[in-house]
Each structure stands twice: as structure tokens, then as C-alpha cells.
Design a protein around this ligand. Sequence first.
Ligand SMILES: Cc1cc2nc3c(=O)[nH]c(=O)nc-3n(C[C@H](O)[C@H](O)[C@H](O)COP(=O)(O)OP(=O)(O)OC[C@H]3O[C@@H](n4cnc5c(N)ncnc54)[C@H](O)[C@@H]3O)c2cc1C
Length: 706
Amino acid sequence: MESPQRSDADNAIEQGYDLVSIGKGFLVEPTWATKAINGELCAEFADIAQQEELMIPTPLWEIMDYMIVDSAAEALKHQRIKELQNIDIKFEPGEYTAYGYGHNGKLPVTVTLSEDKILEVLVDSSKESDGIANPAFERIPQQILDGQTLNIDVISGATVSSQAVIDGVSNAVDLAGGNSEALRCKARDAVEWSTETIEETVDVVVVGGGGAGLSAALTALDSGKSVVVLEKFPAIGGNTVRTGGWVNAAEPKWQKDFPAIAGEADYLKGIADTPESDIAQEYLSDFRALKDQLANYFLDIESGKNYLFDSMELHLIQTYLGGKRTNLDGASIHGQYDLVHTLTSRAMESIDWLTEKGIDFNRDMVDIAVGALWRRAHKPTRPKGVEFVEKLQKHIIAQGGRIITDTRAEDLIVEDSKVVGIKATHSNGTKYKLNTNNGVVLASGGFGANTKMLQKYNNYWNEIADDIKTTNSPALIGDGIEIGEKAGADVVGMEYIQLMPIGDPKSGALLTGLIVPPENFVFVNKQGKRFVDECESRDVLSNSFFDNGGVIYMIADEEIRKTAANTTYETIEREIEEGIIIKADSIEELAEKIDVSPAELSETIRRYNSYVDEGRDPEFHKGALGLKVEKAPFYATPRKPSVHHTMGGLKIDTKACVLDKNGLPIPGLYAAGEITGGIHAGNRLGGNALIDIFTYGRIAGDSVSE
Ligand SMILES: Cc1cc2nc3c(=O)[nH]c(=O)nc-3n(C[C@H](O)[C@H](O)[C@H](O)COP(=O)(O)OP(=O)(O)OC[C@H]3O[C@@H](n4cnc5c(N)ncnc54)[C@H](O)[C@@H]3O)c2cc1C
């Protein structure tokens, strides 16, 4: 038999190469050439004990670790699997409840067993808040029942929940005297690969089942169009389902009912004092209108009134100033006026639309996300983004929209420079050719989970490290941007990447630990000292974290703990056990636990509390001063910046039409959400992404239906 290496080499020589190096073969088989000439196969892996024999220096040996195996251990493992596969699976018949660990702690799984069969698997997912149509709770039990095995792959985007179900069944099996290890090794049926091609015609195809895509789809359905949503993951939701749920919209009538917080008036004075030379020409008239509004507000305050100010103009100017940034080459960027104006002036329309679609906003408090700069967030009563995704999905299905999951959009179909459809592939191999009467809306999100792409475009941070973590779903790798560019779309602002300062140092996740409103944040460094205005924007905070050693601590007391919006009592307790949150009975003890000077931390907290009392922070000018840190027990949550948002993307106009390199709309092509650029410019404000996806999602749905 001829070795594949040899035939490859022969091929290459025939193509005109003088020398062919077979890299991997050379490392593990120094005599690869002779072997190839003799038609023998070269080994693909080296044994762990072969380093000396192969004369491979340690640095190279370490690099090639992915092709090193411990043959003896592998042989033992293989033998053990064989033994386990031959074991007769037997159970003590009955119903058993056991647990795996999901996102929100223990996930109860009840398993009914006969003597030799798993009859039923029931998952109680009521405590899993991100369980919207979570495929892990349906598909994994079904696969276990169908294959009578625990040798099941976890589902992309639902890995924690999948593992929790598998572990729960495994523990139940052990309770029933079964052998879960054997069940985990039991062979399963091969996946059937499909070679089918499905071709059909609909009015509108939406790519991506996040908030932007669902809003576009529902708006098009409301206009009477037939709609297909393509979602590449088994579950819809993307980053939208992971969110904190903060949606910015200025609604002064509502906000007026809430008192101002110490520090906010000073912050507004700072905005009013911004020199006009700092404001771009096109924003000047809104800035002047804002200054007039603020002058009236300051008079109100002087006359003893106390309320939270807001206006569309403040939202617009903050989005502009918050996004105005300079890249590493000194070039500056700010949000495109017409896009920002459309966003902020139509924000309340989106809140009303969402309310009409059944989203239940908590009207008892005005919230603020980290880096949002102002309290104007509308937040659903349910945690995270489940409320949006679940409710919009229900409407879409009820109105005859189709959501095809596990199906990745790949290429637009373009005829005579017009987009007339899209090609996609299901994870089982089925090809889709979807022709569109009206057009395609790209809403496949950003590229925060694609480190290579981030590194390729980054021109804002000194470095995007190879091992940087992200808050994003692994689905967010920039597919749609690539699809659009292949069809001639222009991009804007790609070099601006947002880091979330308060990421979990281990996982990158945003919503672990005690995520409280920024007015209650107290950040300290390894010296136990504060170092920044905790209400600053995300890039300023991330840079200050890097300047202070990367990992910093958020300090909280018992009262501040109660304001954590992201979590439950049970989750906090689990995170304390797991060391994600550090708890102590005194500030001194907390300092010792996080290895900072007790005297220094106590002094920092004493000083911070005095600023809260005075309503002014002379050290860092904190934008809003909430609760003091005074009531035991005390908490510290370590945090480190992780990739959160990609501000750049496809260039669009105010009708969400995708623009080509000449600034002209590409007929039949629309985009909305994090896939687009031009609005948030160099830095997105907290709470501004959700309002963007719902507002431009609706606009895209309207435009594609015209
Ligand atoms: C942890 C976290 C918390 C956040 N909290 C907030 C907040 O409170 N407020 C706020 O304003 N913003 C927040 N954001 C930002 C905000 O959530 C996102 O910007 C927003 O949800 C993006 O919505 P989208 O619809 O554009 O994309 P997504 O919601 O990410 O959806 C994109 C979808 O497209 C799918 N997809 C990708 N490629 C393809 C393909 N080729 N074919 C088919 N489907 C594809 C993906 O699987 C995904 O389901 C948060 C982000 C994160 C990660």
C-alpha cells in the first residue's frame, strides 16, 4: 500500500516543487523519507517516552505536545473501555432523582429505570434562568433514551446545561446500582449524514436568532411577509439571551419619579461645561438644546426639587461623547450622527413595542449598566435576556414564522447586483437554498469570540492576548460580516473592540460574582487602594485595571450584596464556596483573604464611606455615590477585563440597508444589531446595545418588507 505522505509528496513534485517537507512526519519519524520511499506509513504521534530517542529539544517537544501520547496509558484506557463496553447494564428498577450542576446551581434530574433500560429522563429546569427552549433539556434526554447510553456529545452553546443533564442521569444510574462509567462508554449509533438539498422561496430570510434577528423577523411577519430565521446553533438567543437585560431609553416622564443620587448633578454640570470645540458640528444643535434643558434642571435643583433628569438629547450626546475615541494611529472616530439620532430618538418606540409584545419591564426602579454613564435602563423583571428571546420567539412561531436551528448561513445569492437569497448548511449536512422575494437581513452578531479576527482588526488596545477570555457566546465569530463582505459590503470601525472590565478572571463571564449598579461599585487594587471613578466608561475602566495589575477586586457589604442584579441567593452561596466570591466578617479579614494590607483596605473604605456621606468624591470624582460599605459580612469579587463587544461591522444607513464600498445600498440586503458598525464608534455605552438591536432590528424588518 502506498503511504499518503508519499503520494502527497509525489503530487507536489509533479506540480513543480523542488523540495517537500512533511513537517509532522519529520518530527515523529526522523526516517520518514525512507519510510515514504518504501511505501510504509509514518506514525502520526510520538510516545511520551520517545523525546530522547527522537532527539527533539525540549522547547520543540513542548510545542508539539498535541502529537505526543502516552502509549501505555492509552492502551490501558482502550482496554478499560473494551471491558466496560462488555459489561451487562443492570439497574434496581424504580424512579431516582439526582443532580448535575447547571448555570444556577443544582439541576434536578429524575430518571425512571427498568431492570435493564432507561425508561424516562425528566429534567427540572425551572431554576435555570437561561433555559429558553434550551436544547440541552430536550435533546440530551432524548439521545440518552434513544441510544441507552451516556456517551453523548454536549451541545454547542449549551455545554454547561448538557453536562448537567448527563451528570444528573449518571448520578441517578449510580443510585440505582447501575454502572454509569460503563454507560458513558457504551457505543452509540453513527450520525447519519444527509446529502439532501432543500430549495424554497420565502419573502424574507433573517440570519441569526438573537434580539436583532427576532425583532426584524417579527416586524416582517407583522407586515404580512413569510419569514425564515436561520440559526446556526441548536438554540436561538446568541448574546441577547446572556445579557444583563439593561435597555437604555430616555423616558423622562417615568424617570422624574425617582430622586437623583449624590454626584449626578456634578456629572451633569461637567457635561454642560463641555467646550463646544469638543462637539462635532453635526451634534451642536442637540448639544445646545441639552444645555438649555440642563440650565432649567439646575434651577429646579436650586429651588429644592430632587428628581432624576433625562432627555433624548442627553442620551444622544452621551452616546456621541462615549463613543468618541482615538485609535493607536491617532485617527479619531465618533458615532455617525444620523444613525445615533435614529437610535436615541426611536428608543422609546422600541420600549413601547417590546411592552406591546409582552415584555414585562420592572417599572419600580431605573437601572444602570456598567459603563452606561446614566440611569435610564429599562430592565425586565426576569433576569438576563430570556424575557426578550422567549416572548419574541413565541410571537414569531404563533404568526407562522419558521426558525430553522442548527443551520449555518454561508453565502448570499446575488443576481444582477441584487441579493435574492442565501445558501446555508444544516449540521447534518442538508443544504438549503433559500430564494427571497424581498431580501435577506443579516443579524448574526459580532465577532467577540473570534480571537484571531479581533487580533487582525484591533487598533485600539496595545494587545489582544492569545488567551483573552470573552463574555460572548462561542457562536459570535463574525460569520455575517464575512458573508456581507463577500457580497461587496463595506465595513466601519472594525478596529474598536470593547473589553468588559468586570469579567470573571477564570471564565471571562460577565454575570458571575456580585454585579451591582455602578453607584455601588468600589474597586480596589492589590495595594488595597481605589484607583478610578467606578462609573467611568468600560474602556477607561479596563485600561485602569491593566494599569493596576490586571486583576482587581470589587468590594461589597451585606447591603450592597442585595443590589446584585444578576444572581440569586443560592448562586451567591455556591460562588462563595467555589471561591468566585470571597466572604469575610470584617474588612481586615477580607483584606487578609485577598492578600492586601488590612490597614490600607480599612483606610480606603473609611475614606470612601466619608465621600458617600459628603455626596462628593474629591479623589476620583465618582459619577454617582450609592451605598456605603459598612455592614458585615463583606465580599470581594476578583475581576479582569474580557472581550465583550465589537463596535465595528457592516456599514448601514438609517433604513438598515447594507452599503457597498461606494456608499450605495446593496439591493435586497439589510443588517441590524452587533453585526453593524457606525453607531457606537470607539466605545459602546452599557445598555446601548440592546436598544440598538431592537430599534434597528425593527427598522430592518420594516425596510425588507417594503
Ligand atoms: C454577557 C453579556 C451581557 C450583556 N448585557 C447587555 C445589557 O445588559 N445591555 C446591553 O445593551 N447590551 C448587553 N450586551 C450586549 C448585547 O447583548 C449584544 O450586543 C446583543 O445582544 C447582540 O444582539 P444581536 O441580535 O446583534 O446578536 P446575538 O444576540 O449575538 O445573536 C446573533 C445570533 O446569530 C447566530 N449566528 C451567527 N452566525 C450565524 C450564521 N452563519 N448562520 C446562522 N446564525 C448565525 C448566533 O448563533 C446568534 O444566535 C451583553 C452582552 C453579553 C455577552
